[in-house]
Design a protein around this ligand. Structure first.
Ligand code: CA
Length: 234
C-alpha cells in the first residue's frame, strides 16, 4: 500500500440518479470511486480492484445486494472489505438481516450526502486507519491526504511523490530528528537501494517548494544527525 493513498469506494447502485449523487459527493471529498449498476459486475470489479469499501444497494436487478454481501463475505480475498448497505427499507428487521449478512453499516435512503460521507469515513477509520488520517498540519502547512494537496498559508505547494512522502513523514512526527538512513527506510522502503545523498536531494526540493515565497524554513538540518520539521517555526 502506498502512503497517502486515496480511499477507493465501489458504488453498487442501479438507480443512475442515486449512483451519480453518491459518486459526486465522494469524489468531491477526495475519494476515488467506480460505479457498478448490478451485483455481478460489482463482484468482478471487487475481485479485480479490491476496493477499500463497498457501498451496496439492497435492491438490485438479478442478484440482490444482500446476496452480493454474502458472496463477498464467503470469498477469502474479499471477506474483509467493509460494506455499507444502502436501502429504501428502514425496518429494523431488514437492518438486522443486513448486518447479519456481514454488512458493517447500513444507510437508509433518502440520506444526506454529509451523513453518507461521515459514515464512510467512520467505517474506514475502523477498518483502514492508514487511510483515515485525512489532514496533517504544522504551522501554516496543511497536507490533505485524501485529495493529495499541500498548502502553505494560502499557497498551493506542488510536490513530487517522494517529497510528498517525506513531508508527510515529518508532519506525522513534528520535532523529531530522523537520520538519512532512517528516512531512506521509512520513506523509500527497505528493499530499495538508494544512496544517502539522494535524501539530501529530495530534502532540497522539498525546501524549495515549501519556501518558494521566502517563508521561514520549516525543515531543520541537524549536523551529522539528520533532518526534522522545526517545531520552533510553528
Ligand atoms: Ca436499487
Amino acid at each position: 500500500m502506498t502512503l497517502a493513498q486515496r480511499p477507493f469506494v465501489l458504488i453498487v447502485e442501479d438507480e443512475p440518479g442515486i449512483a451519480e449523487l453518491l459518486k459526486y459527493n465522494l469524489d468531491k471529498e477526495g475519494f476515488r470511486t467506480t460505479v457498478s449498476a448490478n451485483g455481478e459486475d460489482a463482484l468482478l470489479i471487487a475481485e479485480e480492484q479490491t476496493p477499500h469499501l463497498i457501498l451496496l444497494d439492497w435492491m438490485l436487478p438479478h442478484i440482490s445486494g444482500l446476496e452480493v454481501c454474502r458472496q463477498l463475505r464467503r470469498s477469502t480475498k474479499l471477506k474483509d472489505i467493509p460494506i455499507i448497505m444502502l436501502t429504501a427499507r428502514g425496518e429494523e428487521s431488514d437492518r438486522v438481516r443486513g448486518l447479519n449478512s456481514g454488512a458493517d453499516d447500513y444507510i437508509v435512503k433518502p440520506f444526506s450526502p454529509t451523513e453518507l460521507v461521515a459514515r464512510v469515513r467512520a467505517v474506514l477509520r475502523r477498518t483502514s486507519p492508514i487511510l483515515s488520517e485525512e489532514v496533517l498540519r504544522f504551522g501554516n502547512v496543511v497536507m490533505d491526504l485524501a485529495s493529495h494537496r499541500v498548502r502553505r498559508a494560502s499557497r498551493d505547494i506542488h510536490l513530487g511523490p517522494t517529497e510528498f512522502r517525506l513531508l508527510r513523514h515529518f508532519l506525522q512526527h513534528p520535532g523529531r530528528v530522523f537520520s538519512r538512513e532512517q528516512l531512506l527506510d521509512l520513506v523509500w522502503g527497505h528493499d530499495v537501494y538508494v544512496e544517502l545523498r539522494t535524501v539530501d536531494v529530495h530534502i532540497r526540493r522539498l525546501r524549495k517548494a515549501l519556501n518558494e515565497d521566502g517563508d521561514e524554513d520549516l525543515i531543520r538540518t541537524v549536523r551529522s544527525a539528520g533532518y526534522a520539521i522545526d517545531i520552533k517555526a510553528a
